[in-house]
Design a protein around this ligand. Structure first.
Ligand SMILES: [Fe+2]
Ligand SMILES: [Fe+2]
Length: 144
């Protein structure tokens, strides 16, 4: 468990929470990696972080569309801004214009804010408008 994980992130949707926890674990792994010792491994970790972040956003967006979430377009715009910021920061890291600690700090802060605001609103709405079978959680796993 990442020491940066906060109980306020817990949404009671196990799939959302596991995705978010995995993001924080990956951030920890990048943060503790020693660039000089193995640049190839660092690149692989950054690839994993990017893939997991973008896959997670896509899962949430499918779930928002499938459930008819009324604030989905604003949430998706926020994901899009985060994708652009992520890519821009990553470019700076690759060029050597941004240090890994600054990159990680930026991502932890933006993920933290997003989890506690937009994601929590979506999960709360889902719980109030559950359309899954027999009370099953209508989480990310329910998306097509
Ligand atoms: Fe999320
Ligand atoms: Fe989100």
């Amino acid at each position: 468990m990442s020491r940066y994980w906060k109980s306020s992130f817990c949404s009671l949707d196990p799939q959302v929470d596991e995705d978010h926890r995995a993001l924080f674990r990956l951030l920890d792994r990048v943060a503790t990696h020693r660039r000089e010792s193995d640049a190839e491994e660092l690149n692989a970790l950054l690839d994993q972080l990017l893939d997991h972040t973008f896959d997670h956003f896509a899962r949430e967006e499918r779930a928002m569309r499938a459930s008819g979430y009324p604030h989905g377009s604003r949430h998706i715009q926020e994901h899009q801004a985060m994708r652009k910021a992520f890519i821009e920061s990553l470019r700076q890291v690759v060029k050597g214009d941004m240090a890994i600690p600054a990159f990680i700090k930026h991502l932890r802060e933006s993920f933290t804010y997003h989890f506690e605001t937009d994601d929590m609103s979506f999960v709360t709405w889902q719980k109030q408008h559950r359309r899954g079978a027999a009370g099953a959680p209508f989480g990310l796993a329910a998306a097509p």
